[in-house]
Design a protein around this ligand. Structure first.
Ligand SMILES: Nc1ncnc2c1ncn2[C@@H]1O[C@H](COP(=O)(O)OP(=O)(O)OP(=O)(O)O)[C@@H](O)[C@H]1O
Length: 304
């Protein structure tokens, strides 16, 4: 069952069309990613879905509610973690959670929520004294304190160190496992690849592609790459002429061969045949980042 339905969503700020006829649906229990460059329209789109911003036109349904008309009811079932949590520096973590809890008829037990988010020790810490990762976890706690059925998380791991980022990712997985539908706005590819069931790639306000992470990689049609570091320069045409090879280029000290089929075996045997000494010869499969760059680089016209 679809929990979120968006069709023909359009929003402009003066001359800038931030969201241009965007449509997507999010199924119950899904982690749905919205991926795009800075200024792609991600935040505007989720603000409209969350009822925080009025679209110029389009239809939005969240659990059957209209985010603007049914704003009060929506607030009871949707939790939003905004890009930067703004809380008074002197407010203690426990106080903030208790305050937000009071906005909801039914909600989480504050102590349990703090424990789930690894914030028990920070309960009496003022917001202004938290580390970036702790503050981020508090903002997620505030989004979850009403036991929402849908959680909108916007750039949740920005500014976090790698360990804190992984802890936050594990947390999102726990939220998902508890049955909450999650909309995740991000431009961190590893985050989208790990967490999202499906991803809408937004570019200049439009949905360029919508698929699973693996589907997006396939859609980008990038083939595979072999990288190697030659010990001395060699004639690239020797590799470019191999069957299945579609390109040979340089990336710093490395040579990058693109192509299809059993590319690694073809390149390795050619290196041996021509007596080309190289180290670090390896196959690289394209990932979401490659697909994203390819899809957004092509521009809206070609992909549509
Ligand atoms: N309140 C506003 N007033 C005017 N223009 C705005 C406003 N908010 C956003 N914009 C513009 O709308 C476009 C989309 O912005 P939006 O914040 O939705 O993108 P985003 O994909 O979330 O970007 P980022 O990754 O940088 O957060 C941008 O060109 C931005 O400059």
């Amino acid at each position: 069952m679809d929990v979120i339905e968006v069709a023909g969503l359009h929003k402009r700020y003066g001359e800038v069309v931030a969201v241009h006829d965007v449509g997507f649906t999010v199924a119950r229990g899904e982690v749905f990613g919205i991926l795009g460059r800075n200024g792609a329209g991600k935040t505007t789109a989720v603000e409209c879905v969350s009822g925080l911003r009025a679209p110029d036109r389009g239809r939005i349904g969240v659990l059957g509610l209209d985010p603007r008309r049914d704003r009060k009811r929506l607030r009871q079932v949707l939790g939003v973690q905004l890009q930067e949590a703004v809380l008074p520096d002197a407010l203690r973590v426990g106080e903030a959670v208790a305050l937000y809890r009071s906005f909801y008829r039914d909600g989480a037990d504050p102590d349990r929520l703090l424990a789930d988010l690894g914030l028990t020790e920070q309960k009496r810490t003022p917001f202004g004294a938290l580390s970036g990762g702790q503050a981020q976890r508090v903002s997620i706690a505030l989004a979850l304190v009403g036991n929402p059925r849908v959680a909108v998380l916007d750039e949740l791991s920005t500014g976090l160190d790698p360990r804190a980022r992984r802890e936050i990712w594990a947390l999102v997985e726990r939220i998902r496992d508890s049955g909450v539908t999650v909309v995740l706005v991000t431009h961190v590819m590893a985050e989208a690849e790990r967490l999202c069931d499906r991803i809408a790639v937004l570019d200049a306000g439009r949905v360029l592609a919508l698929d699973t992470p693996a589907g997006l990689v396939e859609r980008a049609g990038l083939g595979q790459r072999v990288r190697l570091r030659p010990l001395a320069p060699f004639e690239h045409a020797l590799l470019a002429d191999l069957p299945g090879v579609t390109g040979v280029g340089a990336d710093g000290a490395e040579v990058v061969v693109t192509g299809t089929g059993d590319l690694l075996a073809a390149v390795s045997s050619a290196l041996a045949r021509y007596g080309i000494a190289a180290t670090g010869t390896r196959l690289e499969r394209p990932g979401l980042e490659d697909a994203f760059l390819e899809l957004t680089g092509r521009g809206a016209a070609e992909v549509a």
